[in-house]
Write a protein that binds this ligand. Structure first.
Ligand code: ASP
Length: 416
């Protein structure tokens, strides 16, 4: 069993919309009152000015000189009223904007990670949960220190690539020949820049290489031997293929060579692809995904992960998605972009995810899961598979789960 020590919370699409409504009302109300008091004709300073200056056809400064002491006092009082009103108005605006800013940024930063969708054996679910919690914590610490969403998702994914419990980097599933070929992608929501590698071999952290493709080339994706050459030119060390292969991966590979094996079904019995989405303190959004692909895949098979809009998407204006599941199905429905499309149409992250996952199941018989954020920091983790191991860190809290409707909450600090 999982160590379910934290608080459970069934409503885990953390939408701030309900809290926003009273603020809006407050603003509308005070605005009306300010508007009434702010009428230029009725305002004491303008009234007095017009009485003294316009009657005498003098500008306000001359009116000041021409007034009797008691009139001056009245003018000063009017001025004070005026400035007090103006400063009150400025303070109101300042407080209102500060509240909006505080409210908006209170949900930031946030990072959500997944460690794959599928049917995860109980004994492995516990270790995978520890792995995603560590990844979410890593991303969150970066974000809390003011790091970028891109840094957070890349480092969170690298933590999972280094963990042999996941199907990415070390621990990747094997292709039909018993070899490791990996896919990875990153996307930057600020400018829609993206980088990916596909069918890459002997690289410990394909997510770093994907980021280098984004930052150092004018291309979006490099594949196979070309990706390896690029890695060498960037000084990324090659590792021995054996160092990426675990006993568990070998065992599953052998099992899937049996004539009656169904690799797609068996995919559901391993730790999945890894991914992360994040919004940083500046409101920038990013995603990263990395995978060894589908178990016993054909040599050279490229899945959804390195394809923009399928294996991930990030746009500061809408949000970010990192998916996991049957890659061919994800590609047919362009799952990540489909979810963001629904969000553009006004759906919440959770509604959009459920709509798109249901569509993928009904239309192409594909199962999977996603982690999603929007620019306000609303996040969700949804899946149509039996399980998906995920974790999220926001406002000092760490959320995590594996099974449907599971959301365990504990302080992030406990884990630092
Ligand atoms: N989506 C990955 C792929 O098809 C596999 C997974 O998520 O488990 O390559």
């Amino acid at each position: 069993m999982l160590p379910l020590s934290g608080r459970r919370n069934s409503q885990w699409d953390r939408s701030p919309s309900s809290a926003r409504t009273p603020l809006r009302h407050g603003r509308a109300h005070s605005h009306l009152r300010m508007g009434a008091r702010c009428s230029r004709a009725q305002h004491p300073i303008f009234a007095l000015q017009s009485q003294r200056a316009s009657d005498a056809h003098l500008p306000a400064a001359d009116a000041w000189r021409s007034t009797e002491p008691d009139s001056r006092m009245r003018l000063r009082t009017a001025c004070c009223k005026c400035f007090r009103f103006q400063s009150t108005s400025a303070i109101c605006d300042f407080i209102f904007l500060s509240l909006i800013w505080c409210f908006w940024t209170a949900m930031l930063p946030v990072v959500v990670v997944h460690g794959g969708a599928g049917h995860i054996p109980k004994e492995r679910a516990e270790l995978a949960t520890i792995g995603v919690k560590e990844a979410a914590r890593t991303g969150y610490v970066i974000l809390e220190k003011g790091g970028s969403a891109m840094d957070a998702v890349v480092e969170a994914v690298a933590v999972m690539e280094n963990n042999p419990r996941f199907n990415a980097g070390r621990g990747s599933v094997l292709n039909v020949k018993g070899e490791v070929e990996m896919d990875a992608m990153v996307m930057d929501g600020r400018n829609l820049a993206s980088g990916a590698v596909s069918a890459v071999r002997r690289i410990a952290n394909p997510v770093y290489l994907a980021r280098l493709v984004m930052e150092k080339t004018k291309h979006l994706c490099l594949t196979a031997e070309g990706a390896s050459k690029f890695a060498r030119s960037m000084g990324v060390p090659e590792v021995l293929e054996e160092s990426l292969i675990t006993d568990y991966a070998k065992m599953r590979w052998k099992k899937n060579l049996e004539p009656d094996a169904n690799p797609v079904e068996c995919q559901m019995g391993k730790m999945g692809t890894v991914g992360a989405v994040a919004v940083d303190k500046d409101g920038n959004i990013a995603c990263a995904t990395s995978t060894g692909g589908m178990i016993n895949k054909m040599e050279g098979r490229v899945g959804d992960t390195p394809c923009v809009g399928c294996g991930g998407y990030a746009d500061n204006n809408i949000g970010a998605v990192s998916p996991t599941g049957h890659g061919e199905a994800i590609m047919k429905v362009t799952l990540s972009r489909l979810i963001l499309f629904h969000m553009e149409q006004g759906k919440t992250a959770e509604e959009a995810s459920d709509l798109a996952l249901t569509y993928m199941k009904e239309r192409v018989d594909g199962l999977g899961g996603v982690v999603v954020v929007d620019p306000k920091g609303t996040w969700t983790a949804r899946f149509s598979s039996l399980q998906m191991v995920w974790a999220a860190a926001q406002q000092g809290e760490l959320h995590y789960g594996v099974y449907r409707d599971e959301n365990v909450v504990e302080p992030v600090q406990e884990n630092i």
